[in-house]
Each structure stands twice: as structure tokens, then as C-alpha cells.
Write a protein that binds this ligand. Structure first.
Ligand SMILES: Nc1ncnc2c1ncn2[C@@H]1O[C@H](COP(=O)(O)OP(=O)(O)OP(=O)(O)O)[C@@H](O)[C@H]1O
Length: 232
């Protein structure tokens, strides 16, 4: 069944003379428990659509239905607070939920287990230096995971990663969608410019000028991209 269903979504952004229609009738359906990639040229509306899916922007027209809660990881390289242990770091975002200590510990353990990092739970964060695990993108991803979202919205996560880490994060996301969390399917929408990441996708959509112009299997999208002149 679908975790996300977008129907004829329209949205304009900006004020007065700057106002422009960014989403021009988007239709998208994403299978529950899948890793769905979203590609398309700069400025076509991918990030805007992701914000709509996460409930951060309201549509002008059309509709969106999505499993909740969703976890959002953006591409901005902010200066994030680093907590002293891996467990405390992953638990960072849980502070606002007023959970008991045992609930926090359980959520952290589940998140770390999902990405095969349970053994690092009690390690001092700085002792991971040199490894990939303390990098901001990974930490943001783990923090989002600890909140046990049903939908993960991931916006160009790999932009700031080297190749090894790029595929590490991608594998972790794929594993999470396959395993699910607490018996519930987790769905991931992954925005990327990198065609080579398509091999990790269950399905993919291509967006152009405010519309999804194609949805299909990664192979079908590759074929279409080749037809557009891409070498891949
Ligand atoms: N708050 C805003 N006000 C006006 N225009 C905006 C606003 N936010 C985004 N836009 C415009 O909407 C269009 C779509 O932006 P969006 O960030 O969704 O594209 P994108 O496909 O994610 O691009 P990229 O691949 O470069 O990240 C762009 O032309 C952008 O300039």
C-alpha cells in the first residue's frame, strides 16, 4: 500500500513580483516500506515537494496524504552540537518528547541496531574520529531514526560525503526500509543528483519544472535518462 500519495499538488512561493508557481500539479505515489528516489534538474521543485511531504509547507491546491510522523534530514552543513557519547548524541532530538530515561535508551538502541551500530552505543563520540560515524550527515540521520519516523525524508544527504560514506549512508537507509522499525514499515524518499545511487532504489521518479514526469523502476528511469543523453 501507499505510504505517500500526492494528488495534483500546486504551490506558489515568494511574495508579490517574486511569486512563482513551484509545484505545478504534482502526482506521486510511494509504496510503504520502499526506498523511493527523486531526481531532476536544479530548481525543478524536489526540495519543495519534500517539505510538503513533511508538512513544513502547505499546498495551494491538490492534496497530500502521508504516513506520520516523518523525519527530515536536510543537506545544510550546519554546526551541530556533538554530544559526548554515541547514545547521548543519537538521543539529542528526543529531549522534546518528555520520555522516560528507559524509553530514550530503548529508542536509541533500536536506531543503532537498525544500522548495525549497537556496539557503539556507549562509546565516547570523539573515539570514533577517523571513522565515518561521527560525520554530521550520519549523525543527523541517526537522530532522525531515533525518533522512529514512519517516513524518512532525505534531501541530498550524500552531497557532503565522500564516496565510501555516500554508499554507507545509502545502505543504512535501504536497510532501514527493509527491516522496518518496531514491525512497522519505514518509507524513505531520497532526493539526489547522483545517478549511480539509483541501484539502491526500489523505485524512482523524475521531476521537471514543477511536475513529476516519470515514475518507474530504477532500470526504467536509467533508460529514460539515457534517452535524454545522460551517460550512465
Ligand atoms: N521561498 C521561496 N520563494 C521563492 N522561490 C522559491 C522559494 N523556495 C524555493 N523557490 C524556488 O522554487 C524553485 C524550486 O526550488 P527547490 O529548492 O524545490 O528545487 P530543487 O529541485 O530542490 O533544486 P536543487 O536540486 O537545486 O536543490 C526554485 O526555482 C527556487 O528558486
Amino acid at each position: 500500500m501507499f505510504s505517500i500519495s500526492v494528488n495534483d499538488a500546486t504551490l506558489s512561493l515568494g511574495r508579490a513580483a517574486q511569486k512563482r508557481q513551484v509545484l505545478k500539479g504534482v502526482n506521486l505515489q510511494v509504496q510503504r516500506g520502499s526506498l523511493h528516489m527523486l531526481l531532476g534538474p536544479n530548481g525543478c521543485g524536489k526540495s519543495t515537494l519534500l517539505r510538503v511531504l513533511g508538512g513544513l509547507l502547505q499546498l495551494d491546491g491538490g492534496g497530500v496524504e502521508a504516513d506520520a510522523p516523518s523525519g527530515f534530514v536536510f543537506q545544510n552543513p550546519d554546526h551541530q552540537v556533538v554530544m559526548p557519547t554515541v547514545a547521548a548524541d543519537v538521543a539529542f532530538g528526543l529531549g522534546r518528547y518528555r520520555l522516560r530515561e528507559a524509553q530514550v535508551a530503548a529508542a536509541v538502541e533500536r536506531a543503532l541496531t537498525l544500522v548495525n551500530m549497537a556496539e557503539f552505543t556507549h562509546r565516547a563520540t570523539h573515539t570514533l574520529s577517523g571513522g565515518q560515524r561521527q560525520r554530521p550527515t550520519r549523525r543527523r540521520f541517526l537522530r532522525a531514526l531515533a525518533e522512529e519516523p514512519r517516513v524518512l525524508l532525505l534531501d541530498e544527504l550524500t552531497t557532503f560525503l565522500d564516496v565510501e560514506d555516500q554508499f554507507g549512508v545509502l545502505r543504512a537507509v535501504r536497510d532501514v526500509t527493509r527491516t522496518g522499525a518496531r514491525g512497522r514499515g519505514v518509507t524513505a524518499v531520497w532526493v539526489t543528483h547522483r545517478f549511480e545511487e539509483l541501484e539502491y532504489a526500489d523505485a524512482a521518479s523524475y521531476m521537471e519544472d514543477g511536475r513529476i514526469v516519470f515514475t518507474g523502476s530504477p532500470d526504467q528511469l536509467r533508460q529514460r535518462l539515457r534517452g535524454m543523453g545522460a551517460t550512465l
